[in-house]
Design a protein around this ligand. Structure first.
Ligand code: PLZ
Length: 421
């Protein structure tokens, strides 16, 4: 088999430099919670392809559903000749998303596309222009979603000008906002909105209930409910971006549930497809149906193979109770992370199987991205695939597949412990 070193040479001559990879090893096979590279080396997977393979790589039901659908038909375009599985995925989204009222859903290909469409729907339904986003937010790499994303490097540098009518307000970040309570942090955000934007101009308040790329930031309790209450009064659409948090990742179907939040719209992607590209917007029927017929769509949105995979992935989540699995991963890892006696760890945090440690220079809150990168590299050298994140690049995040074996979790944790020494 071609070695990783050879593939890397070919890649350098063929793949644009702007597309980079975390590790230099090339994957041969992957299953459950491990990967094997073309050099025959085994990796413990604490990345899940960035929170995608919640049901594990090549989950049996997903593989079978994809195969069966590929034999029936591969593509017709739902806007041309519709099919049942698209409808069935929308029914599942409606069933699983928080909120008791009447809902509708629509399917797309990627997280960024789902966010773009949620904003389109909110603007159309309200007739207003402004979109409120938060410090440390990540929503994608298309032009509108780059504008919604906070961090410049590597996401935005040189790619502007960006879409207008996007306003950024302070997030609740308990480690870094001087101990503001959730309601206090919300009042600070609302004050900025009212003074700088004007409540009557706000189409949408867009927020990740637990921030992903921005550093696995869990807002203080009460922050999200206070924002929801303000949005309702202001007539703004509350959009929960659950692309990274959704589909059992945090120990519930959606992270909004942890605070009994009922967003007006929810964006989904990643975990819902069991590894195939599919995304959705689900939410209040009156908002979703405000858009004229033909106003939403795309050639591939809700592709039949991706829909078959999503239905199989959701079935797997129910069958194996992956919400409970995520909670037991939290119970196994978070106390161990909290117990790490390391003066450079400012905080261990997260929900379910979305866990992180934030690294600082001891005795301060100054971020330590150099050590974070070094620890990640040491983990890679020892066969553990971990990722970093955070506005300051100083957060090490753990995102194992929810079906990972306890033994692999423990092995991964031990590698991380050694890497921190
Ligand atoms: N919203 C909350 O986490 C994707 C990005 C990786 P796409 N996060 C991983 C990278 O460097 O590109 C994400 C997310 C949240 C939106 C998105 C965007 O989803 O499917 O990558 O477009």
């Amino acid at each position: 088999m071609t070695s990783s070193a050879d593939l890397h040479k070919r890649r350098s001559a063929a793949v644009a430099r702007g597309v980079s990879s975390v590790i230099a090893s090339y994957v041969d096979t992957a299953g459950g919670g491990t990967l094997r590279d073309v050099d025959g080396r085994e990796w413990i997977d604490f990345a899940s392809g960035i929170a995608v393979t919640n049901v594990g790589n090549s989950a049996p039901r997903v593989v079978e559903a994809v195969r069966a659908q590929a034999e029936r038909f591969t593509h017709t375009c739902f806007m041309v000749a519709p099919y049942e599985s698209y409808v069935a995925v929308c029914e599942q989204l409606i069933d699983l998303a928080p909120g008791a009222g009447e809902k509708r859903a629509a399917l797309f290909n990627s997280g960024a596309e789902a966010v773009e469409n949620a904003v389109k729907i909110a603007r159309h339904a309200t007739g207003r222009p402004a979109v409120i986003v938060f410090d440390h937010a990540y929503h994608g790499r298309t032009n509108l979603t780059m504008a919604l994303t906070a961090k410049n490097m590597p996401y935005k540098q040189g790619f502007g000008p960006f879409a207008p009518e996007i306003y950024r307000v302070p997030m609740s970040y308990p480690l870094r906002d001087g101990g503001l309570s959730g309601p206090e942090a919300a009042a600070r955000a609302v004050d900025t909105i009212e003074k700088q934007v004007g409540a009557g101009n706000v189409a949408a308040v867009l927020i990740e209930p637990v921030q992903g790329e921005g550093g696995f930031v869990v807002p203080a309790p009460g922050f999200l409910p206070a924002l929801a209450a303000w949005s309702r009064t202001a007539g703004a659409v509350l959009i929960a971006d659950e692309i990274q948090t959704g589909f059992c990742r945090t120990g519930s179907w959606f992270a909004a549930e942890h605070e009994a939040l009922e967003p007006d719209l929810v964006t989904t992607a990643k975990g819902m497809g069991g590894g195939l590209p599919i995304a959705g917007v689900v939410g209040r029927a009156d908002l979703m149906d405000a858009v004229h017929a033909g106003g939403l769509g795309g050639t591939y949105g809700g592709n039949p193979i991706a829909c078959a995979a999503a239905l199989a992935a959701i079935e797997t989540m129910r069958e194996l109770d992956l919400n409970a699995a995520a909670r037991s991963i939290e119970a196994r890892l978070l106390p161990a992370l909290t117990a790490l006696r390391d003066p450079g760890i400012a905080e261990a945090r997260g929900r379910g199987a979305m866990l992180a440690i934030e690294l600082v220079h001891p005795g301060t809150l100054d971020p330590d991205p150099a050590r974070t990168a070094a620890v990640a590299r040491a983990c890679h050298d020892a066969g553990l695939l971990v990722l970093t994140c955070g506005t300051y690049g100083n957060v090490l995040r753990l995102l194992p597949p929810l079906v990972i074996a306890d033994r692999d979790l423990d092995r991964g944790l031990e590698i991380l412990r050694q890497a921190l020494l």
